[in-house]
Design a protein around this ligand. Structure first.
Ligand code: UD1
Length: 378
């Protein structure tokens, strides 16, 4: 049996790592194929090093582009890889363009696909990831979900329950596994974070950073907040480009308690935010990671595809209105924030359940996937 996991962008790597290690422990033939959607060392290579991953078996060098170009290039580059390697099953993780592109190629070749992190929905079609999620889930064979809300979403869409296995949140396997090492790195001190109490900010969604007025407004409220709580802001390449293009860099540089850095590696970032009093973000993964560690999180978006972080965890979806961000941040500073609990199966053992689910699926179906059989019986 040959198994391939396809990765492309930063949030994929911490999900693929525990999967790779679990298949390796089980003595299985599993390899990682990297599309190259993210290519800067700080967005990619450092994660392979930090997470103890081997070099990808193949690196496709797809790079940046429009959604159509990036998706098409991943498909063109992956097709010969699948032809050569003839995998028995392909795993895809998350919701980035590489996830959807890989799924489309595999399914049309009748290679079974398991989607890790299936079933999440924001119901916001302005998010490119929502398109990727719906397409990937609709055509994948095995849907491995992180939480009960994901199962419910899939059931509402009429998915056969036999295709769904709730395995939990695989990113939390990496988080719990690497936390001691990350904490021992003393990242806040090494970065020169002012003060023992600080917050962490990340922003990269096109809806927040691509419009000059929105980005200016958000940076304004962050600068204001940093007077009460020093903030560390590792800046995503997209956000960096926009800050430069919109002439906002001098304003940021003039804020004495708002420390900007380049993108951080996995261990440095975990070491940093795990010591934070508050996280302000538009990331998907960070909403989950803060919930897992009980750190208050303000999500600067109008919705979330991860509602369990709100209903059970420490997350509050605050939108982009400065007044709301200001008042929720003050409430956290005054009262310590929402007490949350860790959702079921976010326990550090999800990758083992993924191995079991994949084994169960392959035992049931062999190489003839349910989707393929469904198609040929039409
Ligand atoms: C992608 C994912 C998003 C995820 C994010 C995490 C999609 C649709 N989006 O968004 O879900 O949350 O990754 O980072 O797949 N760039 C570099 N170096 C790199 C990569 C990107 O400089 O290594 C710059 C390029 O200018 C590029 C821009 O960042 O055009 C955006 O990169 P892209 O991969 O298109 O999307 P992200 O915004 O990173």
């Amino acid at each position: 049996m040959t198994l391939l996991t396809i990765v492309g962008a930063r949030p994929n790597f911490m999900k693929a790592a525990p999967i790779h290690h679990a298949f390796a422990r089980a003595g299985r033939d599993h390899a990682i194929i990297h599309t190259g959607q993210h290519y800067d060392a700080a967005m990619s290579k450092v994660f392979f090093e930090d997470l103890g991953l081997p070099e990808p078996a193949e690196y496709l060098g797809v790079g940046s582009g429009t959604h159509a170009a990036q998706t098409a290039n991943v498909m063109l580059e992956l097709e010969p890889v699948f032809d050569r390697r003839r995998p028995d099953l392909v795993l895809v993780v998350g919701d980035v363009n590489s996830t959807m592109a890989a799924t489309l190629v595999a399914v049309k070749k009748r290679i079974p696909v398991a989607h890790v992190e299936a079933g999440l929905r924001s119901r916001d079609w302005d998010m490119p990831e929502e398109v990727n999620r719906v397409v990937t889930d609709t055509i994948s064979d095995l849907l491995l979900t992180p939480s009960a809300d994901a199962d419910d979403n899939l059931a509402r869409e009429g998915v056969d329950p036999k295709r769904i296995v709730r395995v939990g949140n695989v990113m939390i396997d990496s988080l719990l596994g690497f936390l001691p090492q990350a904490r021992s790195q003393d990242t806040p001190a090494r970065l020169g974070v002012p003060g023992p109490r600080f917050g962490v900010v990340t922003l990269h969604r096109p809806s927040n950073v691509d419009d000059p007025a929105t980005l200016d407004r958000l940076l304004g409220v962050l600068i204001e907040l940093s007077a009460a709580l020093p903030l560390v802001f590792p800046v995503h390449p997209r956000t960096h480009d926009r800050i430069e293009a919109f002439g906002l860099a001098p304003r940021l540089a003039a804020a004495p308690q708002l420390l900007t850095t380049g993108p951080l590696g996995y261990l440095d970032f975990l070491g940093l935010f795990s010591a934070a009093a508050m996280v302000i973000t538009d990331s998907g993964g960070l909403q989950e990671e803060t919930t897992a560690l009980g750190i208050p999180c303000l999500t600067v978006r109008e919705n979330t595809e991860r509602p369990v972080t709100v209903s059970e965890g420490t997350n509050i979806v605050v939108g982009t209105d400065p007044d709301r961000i200001r008042s929720e941040a003050s409430a956290i500073l005054d009262g310590g924030g929402k007490a949350g609990r860790v959702p079921e199966l976010w326990d550090g053992h999800t990758a083992e359940r993924i191995v079991d689910a994949v084994d169960g699926f392959l035992a049931r179906t062999g190489r003839d996937s349910p989707a393929a059989r469904r198609d040929s019986s039409r």
